[in-house]
Design a protein around this ligand. Sequence first.
Ligand code: PMM
Length: 314
Amino acid sequence: MQVRRRYTLPLPGASPLALGGRTLVMGVVNVTPDSFSDGGRWQDSGRAADHALDLEAAGADLLDVGGESTRPGAEAVPAAEELRRVVPVLKRLVGQIRVPVSVDTCKAEVARAALDNGAVMVNDVSGLRHDPALAGVAAEAGAALVVMHSRGRSRDMYRDACYRAVAAEVARELRASIAAAVEGGVERSRVLIDPGLGFAKRAGQSYDALAGLGRLAALDRPILVGPSRKSFLAGRADRGPADRDWGTAAAVTAAILEGAHIVRVHRVREMRQVAEVADRCRAAHEAREGGRLADTGTAAGSQVPAFVESPRSV
Ligand code: PMM
C-alpha cells in the first residue's frame, strides 16, 4: 500500500475540499452523443441536469460535466458545439447543486464559459497540451485544475502508446503538465494530477500505470483516477462497458490502496460503498504501520474518517 498525503484544495467561492482522509467520488455527466459508456443518454440538458442531481443524491462529492467524447477514435468537437452541450446544463445546476462542479474540456473558451456558469474546477484530459491558454483561464478564476496524462489526440489515441517504463514516463510527463500550469499562473496548490487510464495506453499499460500510481506521490499533488468501465477492464470475455462495473470496483479499490484521492466513476452509489471499504482497509493498514503510510503532506488536522459500526451488523 502507498502513502496518501493530505491536501486542502482551494475552490473559488466554495469551501475547500479536504483530500486524503476519505476518498472522494466524482460522478461523470457526459453530455455527448458518443461517449463510450453512456453516449447519447444525457444529451438533453434537462435530463443531463437531472442525472447530475441524481448522482449528487447518490453520494457524489463532486461532478464532472463534459461535452466532448474522448473515446479512442473520436473526432474533435468544435468549441461552439461543446459550449452548446455543456453551458445549458451548468446553467440549470446553478442554485440547485451543492457539490462542486468540474468541466471536462481541453479548450480555454469552453473552460471560461463553464467557470462563468458555476463550475469551479477544470478537468483537462490533454494535460495542457492542446490549449495552453486554458491555464490562464483557470488561474484567473482561481479554479482547481486537473492535468491528466495522455499523448496525441483521441482520433489516434494508440499511436503513441509506446513506453519503456509506463509509470515513470507518466510521472515525468505529468511533471511537465504541472510546470505548464504553474507557468500559466495556476497556483500549485490548485493542481491535481491523473495518470489517464486508457488514454494512449493499451490494457497492460493501464494496469502498469495503476500499479505504479505510488510513483506520482513524488509530484506532491492530489491524485484523481478514472478507471470507470474502461476497455482495459473488458477481460478475456470482452465484456461491454455496462458490464464492467465489478471490474471498476476492483480498479477503484486498487487505486485507493495505491494512493488515489478522488475516483471518477459512472456508478456513484456503488463506488462510494467500494471506496468506503477500501478506505477502511487503508485505515487498518495505517494503524498497523504506526503512521508510516499516513499523512506526510501539507494540510493540518486528522481527516481519517470515523467509522460508525451499525447496531444491525452481525
Ligand atoms: N476519462 C474519460 C474522460 N475524462 N478525465 C479524467 N480526469 N480522467 C479520466 O480517466 C477520464 C476523464 C473517459 O470517458 P468517460 O467520460 O466516458 O469516462
